[in-house]
Design a protein around this ligand. Structure first.
Ligand code: NAD
Length: 416
């Protein structure tokens, strides 16, 4: 019978595979399988109607051997410590793979943002930051946006951190608005980076992107910007979806128009000239490239065999389970793994941090050029390892990321 997967069981089995391939000793494997610190807090806020709201908040700091902890925070109703731990672990490998000097962390608050006013979200964000304040900071742990958090959330975080310190500290957070020290290109970096990888993989696999059919699950920050960047390559975005369902249009969609419709109606569905489909149907559409850009565990042993795409680029973290990986490998479907495909976000976050520390602001062209350089290098490194190992790209990516972290820990030694 197929195994039930959780985000943490998947992350641990990936680490086990990489550790085996890299011949890491048992002690190193054990150290890497545990986060350095997990913080759990109770966030109490005054609601708009005068009652008290109590929300659970988490921050997990996995490993910081290569630099300060770095990772997003997500607001979602059913977040668990295990899920955040898995995502923190992925961040550690991702930063190492992208060769940026950060460790991995992740945070989350159990909250349904759709049921909160903007004022309530602001109070919740500020209270959460105050509760984990001692463990944050530009040289300690730097927050960034993730699901259901955005540039405004980061502005509140920067302000709270700065107020508590007594002076302005833009380098305490990334993904903030440009007018308070955010980087040009950060908002679109993750989606844009996914398409840089798709371009490289298409070249390697002899797939022409002009008129290629692309389906995208999730139409938030990452999904939307991946759709824009995909269209720039000449490809057709034939389907997109959000938590309410999806839309399918074989002739191709116009992403900004679909976004305007979503902003007006709170859903991508019922968009003119398109057929409504479910999220499950979207994944199984005949297309060249499938981009899961929403949640974990979307492609499992139950539907992997039904995927018709030639290439899957994991914009989301952990959308494919290990048994689905095997199906893709056997069917020769090219899978660009999450820690490579979506590392554009943290890469431009790193650029933002550098710009803040030096009090500079780089032009968009410089940000995008440096992003493409970094991602192309990471992509080629992963392809090189996968070819040498005769493995899939996920194994190559994990070996690169885990191997760099293990080397850093070995070199630093264990204190005392
Ligand atoms: P977001 O909140 O902007 O968008 C999330 C999207 O997923 C929304 O369109 C939402 O409607 C959709 N969604 C939610 N539940 C769904 C469901 N059950 N089925 C289908 N769609 C559903 O979040 P985001 O920042 O775009 O993040 C998306 C994914 O990318 C997450 O896995 C996140 O961890 C990953 N990621 C984000 C960044 C970043 O820079 N934002 C960086 C790296 C990885």
């Amino acid at each position: 019978m197929a195994e039930e997967h959780t985000a943490l069981s998947v992350a641990l089995s990936q680490l086990k595979l990489a550790s085996k391939k890299l011949e890491l000793d048992a002690g190193m494997h054990k150290m890497l399988s545990q986060p350095k610190r997990s913080i759990s807090v109770s966030i109490d806020i005054r609601t708009d109607n005068g009652t008290v709201g109590v929300f659970n908040g988490i921050r997990v700091q996995h490993w910081d051997a290569r630099g300060p902890f770095k990772g997003g925070i997500r607001y979602y109703p059913n977040i668990t410590l295990d899920e955040v731990t898995a995502l923190a672990m992925l961040m550690t490998w991702k930063c190492a793979l992208a060769d940026i000097p950060f460790g991995g962390a992740k945070g989350g608050v159990c909250v349904d943002t759709k049921k909160m006013s903007k004022h309530e979200l602001e109070r919740l964000t500020r209270r959460y930051v105050s509760l984990i304040f001692d463990y944050l900071g530009p040289q300690r742990d730097i927050l960034a946006p993730d699901m259901y958090t955005d540039a405004q959330t980061m502005a509140w975080i920067m302000d709270t951190y700065s107020q508590l310190k007594g002076y302005s500290i833009p380098e305490s957070v990334t993904g903030k608005p440009v007018e308070i020290g955010g980087s040009w290109g950060r908002t679109e970096a993750t989606g844009r980076g996914v398409i840089y990888c798709v371009k490289q993989a298409a070249e390697n696999n002899g797939l022409k992107l002009k008129n290629a059919k692309i389906a995208i699950q999730g139409f938030g920050n990452v999904g939307y910007h991946a759709a824009i960047a995909a269209k720039e390559t000449g490809a057709k975005v034939i389907a997109v979806s959000d938590s309410t369902g999806g839309i399918y249009c074989p002739d191709g969609l116009n992403p900004p128009e679909v976004l305007a419709h979503k902003e007006k109606t709170q859903s991508v569905q019922n968009y003119q000239g398109c057929r409504n489909i479910t999220n499950e149907e979207l994944l199984e559409l005949p297309c060249d490239v499938l981009i899961p850009a929403a949640l974990e565990n979307q492609i499992t042993c139950k539907n992997a065999d039904k995927i018709k795409a030639k290439m899957v680029a994991e914009a989301a973290n952990g959308p494919t389970t290990p048994d689905a990986d095997k199906v893709f490998y056997e069917k020769k479907i090219c899978l660009i793994p999450d820690i490579l495909a979506n590392c554009g976000g943290v890469t431009v976050s790193y650029f933002e941090w550098v710009q803040n520390l030096t009090r500079e602001q780089w032009p968009l062209e410089k940000v995008n050029r440096k992003l493409e350089e970094k991602m192309t290098k990471a992509f080629n490194n992963v392809v090189g390892i996968a070819a040498k190992q005769e493995s899939d790209m996920r194994t190559g990516a994990l070996m690169l990321g885990v191997g760099r972290v293990a080397n850093a820990i070995k070199t630093l030694g264990l204190w005392p």
